[in-house]
Ligand binder design. Structure first.
Ligand code: HEM
Length: 229
């Protein structure tokens, strides 16, 4: 085994190494959320814009797959490393209610784990819904230009209120998770100072609120009939 692999294993074996991995993968996922939301908001500009955007993404399969693999690696590492940290903390302290020090308060730490589990179920459901498109004929939705009709798929998908409700509840949990995780990233990476801590927390709350409002605006607008075809 070479030196780099050895150093990584040693780093990952330490508690601080794991916290840094959780923080860096969390940061990448936070960035993905903003990019994905900005892309999805094109629905407000009409079918041509959102269908064109999706067709553009799918016109570069190699880049799309590199991004997908990067995303999966970050997601799996984020979850797996968090589980390892929680288990290590429990066994080290001999108390199963002892929290992960990254998040400080034990109540918030447990809620981070539970909200994380629900977010994971949401992501699995979401991929089956709109990417794999199981249990519906969304694959047959083609627009006048011969592109996949993402606009119609979203309108039909969110017109079913139980699906929209599940999205909105998941967004609330996701944004709560994000608002706590955001500040933890800076703390773990040693970028927290007495002077900037308040500002970092405020930016974290504002970022989470933007993601919540932006993502919920789509199912809400469809249910309200403001977006239709
Ligand atoms: C209301 C909000 C959202 C809408 C309207 C939406 C819409 C979509 C659509 C249409 C796709 C399929 C893209 C395609 O195949 O062309 C997709 C894929 C995906 N979404 Fe979302 N999404 C939303 C929120 C989220 C959130 C909050 C997350 C993460 C927590 C997320 C994660 C993903 C992932 C991982 C994919 C698979 C990407 C791929 O491999 O193609 N989405 N989303």
């Amino acid at each position: 085994m070479n030196l780099t692999a050895n150093s990584f294993i040693k780093f990952y074996g330490s508690s601080i190494g794991k916290k840094v991995i959780v923080a860096l993968t969390g940061l990448a996922l936070i960035g993905f959320l903003l990019g994905h939301m900005i892309g999805n908001l094109k629905i407000f500009a009409g079918p041509d814009k959102i269908n064109g955007y999706a067709a553009w993404l799918h016109s570069m399969p190699s880049i799309l797959w590199i991004a997908r693999i990067g995303l999966i690696v970050c997601f799996v590492l984020h979850i797996y490393t968090t589980i390892r940290l929680v288990l290590e903390n429990r066994s080290a302290k001999g108390n199963r209610y002892v929290a992960n020090a990254t998040v400080k308060a034990s109540g918030a730490s447990r809620a981070m784990v539970w909200s994380g589990i629900i977010i994971l179920s949401f992501v699995i459901y979401h991929i089956l819904h709109f990417t794999v498109r199981v249990g519906n004929d969304y694959d047959g939705y083609i627009d006048a230009s011969g592109r996949h009709d993402v606009f119609r798929m979203l309108v039909d998908g969110f017109s079913w209120w139980p699906a929209s409700t599940f999205y909105i509840i998941s967004m609330a949990l996701l944004c709560w998770h994000l608002s706590h995780g955001f500040a933890s990233v800076f703390q773990t990476l040693g970028l927290r100072t007495e002077r900037t801590w308040g500002l970092i927390k405020t930016i974290g709350y504002a970022y989470s609120l933007i993601i919540f409002i932006g993502n919920c605006s789509i199912p809400v607008s469809i249910l309200a009939g403001w977006i239709s075809y």
